[in-house]
Design a protein around this ligand. Structure first.
Ligand SMILES: Nc1ncnc2c1ncn2[C@@H]1O[C@H](COP(=O)(O)OP(=O)(O)OP(=O)(O)O)[C@@H](O)[C@H]1O
Ligand SMILES: Nc1nc2c(ncn2[C@@H]2O[C@H](COP(=O)(O)O)[C@@H](O)[C@H]2O)c(=O)[nH]1
Length: 412
């Protein structure tokens, strides 16, 4: 079967046209066999056609189907990683180099721009692991670049949680904590969703398989993991994300596409560490001994493996905290100068065009009010970073209205 949106052209990456969801429904894409879609776009990249649909069968979430030119007439098996957008009233699809930009109609400003990663490094790695299936990854578009997340590791009882709590208390609008998942039982004062997402082993194992986690590890015989969503929630709120994870987790994050700052916290001595763990009184004797045994190896790896950018000794708590603040560029700050990133308010009815790295979104609304507020939006996709689910950042924009002389918004 020959397929294509424009049969005269052999489209390659970056050359596919922009398609508005409703158009396909009305038969503009003649060669495409629709699978009962309500709103669908078909985007060609290389040998593949990515059909992004908001179907009646799976009415809640957007669904991706793929046709491969090399296997004519057959739908390819697709694994979709990451949190998907929910269905809306149609979308436009624009091919970028290694991803498809999705502009969603009638969506909230913080939910109108998504990316379907189809050929990023992360996706290619996942494809190698899932031979025989196509892997794609969903990621919400995030304006600007959030500051690098901070990974804090160190043996159990060294004081990571204590230091992080102080930081969060002193700079609540600047930092957000990545709430991990764990299969260990909650301690007396711990709250589900605040300290951890406490979960069952079989549930977490399934979620790991589904690609929900940025990293995970078995620590002191329990599973712990950082979900992509947990980090995303913090970054989307315009805050710097703090991860409290063990050395194995830090190693995984280091190997991932997430750019972070890695800090290892060391105890002054094993005796001090043991005293802190025992005084904390949260573990049984058997667990304390297990944690102390693991601490030895963690300290060796933390101080010698090259994973960490900085090592801090937590002897005197206040001194260690001051040193942590220095590393984070916070010495001398009382009130942090931080504002949340701006969101893009897409006009309800619009046309979309692409010139190099700029996407021009033009209001076609007949409503004077809407025209006044959002006439033309220019997205700049030249600095996109990421490629793993949930983490495509660096989108910039300018909103230009027809009634004022200049710009009325910027993502920078
Ligand atoms: N510099 C310090 N001097 C003395 N006690 C400390 C110091 N820092 C933290 N502590 C105490 O040590 C105990 C362990 O600290 P904390 O719970 O923060 O460790 P942690 O590294 O987060 O441990 P885990 O990895 O098990 O969660 C706590 O009771 C805390 O009050
Ligand atoms: N790899 C990961 N390690 C994590 C994560 N969340 C916490 N941790 C580490 O586990 C130990 C034990 O924590 P505790 O709360 O049971 O005392 C500690 O070293 C944490 O840093 C995670 O998501 N991934």
């Amino acid at each position: 079967m020959m397929w294509g949106l424009d049969s005269d052209k052999d489209l390659t990456m970056g050359e596919a046209p922009i398609i508005i969801g409703q158009d396909l429904q009305h038969g503009n894409d003649n060669d495409f066999e629709s699978k009962s879609g309500t709103f669908e776009t078909g985007t060609i990249i290389g040998d593949k056609k990515y059909v992004i649909g908001e179907t009646a069968a799976e009415f809640f979430y957007v669904k991706v189907q793929i046709l491969d030119n090399n296997c004519p007439g057959e739908w390819v098996n697709v694994v979709e990683l990451g949190t998907k957008p929910i269905s809306c009233n149609g979308h436009s699809a624009v091919v970028l180099k290694d991803r498809i930009l999705i502009l969603r109609k009638d969506s909230n400003p913080d939910d109108c721009i998504w990316f379907l990663e189809v050929d990023t490094m992360f996706v290619r790695e996942q494809q190698e692991k899932n031979l025989g299936t196509e892997v794609v990854a969903w990621s919400k578009g995030v304006i600007g670049n959030a500051e690098k997340p901070v990974v804090i590791s160190g043996p159990s009882g060294v004081g990571k949680g204590t230091l992080i709590s102080k930081l969060m208390k002193d700079f609540p609008s600047m930092f957000g904590f990545s709430v991990s998942h764990t299969t260990r039982a909650p301690r007396a004062m711990e709250k589900d969703g605040v300290h951890y997402h406490f979960t069952e082993k079989n549930v977490m194992e399934k979620e790991i398989k589904d690609g929900k986690f940025l990293e995970f590890a078995s620590v002191h015989e329990n599973l712990y993991g950082t979900s992509v969503e947990g980090v995303e929630l913090v970054s989307d709120a315009g805050k710097r994300c703090i991860l409290d994870i063990d050395v194995q987790g830090a190693r995984s994050v280091r190997a991932s596409t997430l750019e972070a700052m890695f800090i290892f916290i060391c105890p002054p001595s094993m005796d001090d560490l043991e005293k802190r763990l025992r005084d904390r009184g949260t573990e049984t004797e058997e667990q304390v001994l297990k944690r102390l045994r693991n601490a030895q190896a963690e300290i060796e790896q933390g101080t010698s493996s090259g994973i960490f950018d900085h090592i801090l000794y937590n002897d005197n708590l206040e001194e260690c905290y001051e040193n942590l603040k220095k590393l984070l560029g916070l010495d001398g700050y009382d009130v942090p100068p931080k504002s949340a990133p701006k969101a893009i308010d897409l006009p309800r009815d619009h046309s979309v065009s692409k010139i190099d790295d700029k996407i021009i979104i033009n209001s076609t609304s007949s409503s004077i009010l809407e025209k006044e507020s959002k006439n033309l939006i220019m997205l700049d996709v030249s600095s996109l970073k990421g490629g793993a689910p949930g983490r495509t950042r660096g989108l910039n924009f300018e909103a230009i209205d027809s009634f004022s002389e200049g710009f009325n918004g910027s993502g920078n």
